[in-house]
Design a protein around this ligand. Sequence first.
Ligand code: SDX
Length: 432
Amino acid sequence: MAKTASLKIDDKEYPLPVMEGTEGEKAIDTRTLRASSGYIAYDQGYGNTGSCESKITYLDGDNGVLCHRGYPIDQLAQQSDFVETAYLVIYGELPNATQRKEFGLLLRKNAAVETQMQKILEGFPTSASPMAMLSALVSALPAYHAELATNNFEKDLQSFDLAAAIAMSKIRTFVAMIYRYQKGLPFMFPKQELPFCDNFLHMMFSEPYKDYLAMPEVAKALNLVLLLHADHEQNCSTSTVRMVGSSAANLFTSISAGICALSGPLHGGANVAVMQMLQSIHDEGDDGSRFIAAAKSGSKSNRLMGFGHAVYRNFDPRARIIGDACDSVLNKLGVDDPLLAIAKHLEQAALKDDYFVSRKLYPNVDFYSGIIMRAIGIPMNMFTTMFAIGRAPGYIANWREVAMNPKGRIYRPRQIYVGPTKRDYIPMGKRG
Ligand code: SDX
């Protein structure tokens, strides 16, 4: 027997169905609320509102649990790699050997970018935001793959596998192109024989006269960073992909919008802000206490970057994994980064400070990710584009859920209007 909740307004009761997810999450289904009571629910920032039912990722913010299609993130981090986890996130099951081979081949075959797309980059100053350039390149994909981006769900789903591979593979190539463009270096074409991460590192760091061959430790570290970013439930940018996709916009256009949302410093831009914070502490010879004091002021512009989370009220499991990996990766690479020691000191100091403890503010995935990316040789201004490469599978999987939902509706939240009430037009001559 389905449970119901009852909302009492004045002396009238409104029954509302209760929903329960496979992990026991409960929700009150308010879809009939406005029609039955004339009231809407109000939840600024949607922190208490479910926008969809999804089978992709489960998050338990109170207990620091993260699972993709039921598989815990620590098991995937230890036993899987980015491409396999991407397949899992997108298609719902771990691939068998044939599926894994075919998926990898599709990614390799679609790694190259039309030469004409380079002109899009040339329209930007080299100082432009890498995320702005990435979003522009992705939003141009429908022009080059019109047959995959018809803005008709039924047609676009028929060619989904190819569109998904193009999105995931070319976002990776675009990031390397942006890096080379900013450096004034020639673009390096992908090599079909290289695995996903090795190919990215080749396109980033090879020279026409000398190939960059990634050390296994470097490719492994990059795999881990990307895998840990693969998907994260209804975060700001993924919800943006769903919002735009709900209008029947194609996969590429929807992802481009998600990349714009990801660029914000409170979201994907935090990994850059963390490194800037750590570098400032290092340059000032501070022990971090100045930053902690400023962060406790409560102003959004002084927040301890890489700390806190909209959902986690416990450790972000990804932060633990990437924090533990930092030591081993830097040791293997022979990198001694003073920022790692500062990050650890800052974490310990914050975790003992009641301001953070009382607000359940713990390190999130961005707190350590920049240290590994810097050790690999990726410049700080490219960190958020790396987040976009990692999150591409999540964007793709969520767009597919929207497109495949037979009962799907365009996302159109309501509001509470608090502006001026009705008033008559005032001719210019009578205005103050
Ligand atoms: C990502 O949603 C996702 O899943 C995102 C992500 C993903 O994988 O997609 O996990 C990736 O975006 C991680 C978060 C990266 N951002 C940062 O590290 C920026 C710093 N953190 C924050 O600004 C903040 O914690 C947010 C934006 C992440 C969450 O903001 P909320 O949910 O609006 O937090 P809140 O305002 O409810 O915080 C509650 C209290 C407030 O203080 P009081 O009003 O109670 O006095 O905690 C304070 C906040 O001022 N607070 C912080 C803080 N984060 C929250 N104070 C100091 N430093 C911080 N970092």
